[in-house]
Design a protein around this ligand. Structure first.
Ligand SMILES: [Zn+2]
Length: 66
């Protein structure tokens, strides 16, 4: 399975996988989102992660600098 990407994101994919594995529990309601994951946005030198809880709708965000 391959997905076209505009830029090499191997390291980002690894980071994303780590977030997917460790950070899927909602801080607001404690719901564990097994199906979902983090949406990743890159803006210049930063990476924004966003996760929306399917149970309560809380938005959790992380920001990393490259
Ligand atoms: Zn929640």
């Amino acid at each position: 399975m391959s997905v076209h990407r505009a830029m090499g994101t191997t390291a980002l994919d690894r980071l994303k996988a780590r977030y997917d594995a460790e950070e899927r529990t909602c801080r607001q309601c404690g719901y564990v989102d097994r199906e979902g994951g983090w949406q990743v946005e890159t803006t210049g030198s930063r990476v924004l992660y966003r996760h929306i809880c399917p149970s309560c709708g809380a938005i959790d965000r992380r920001e990393l600098r490259l």
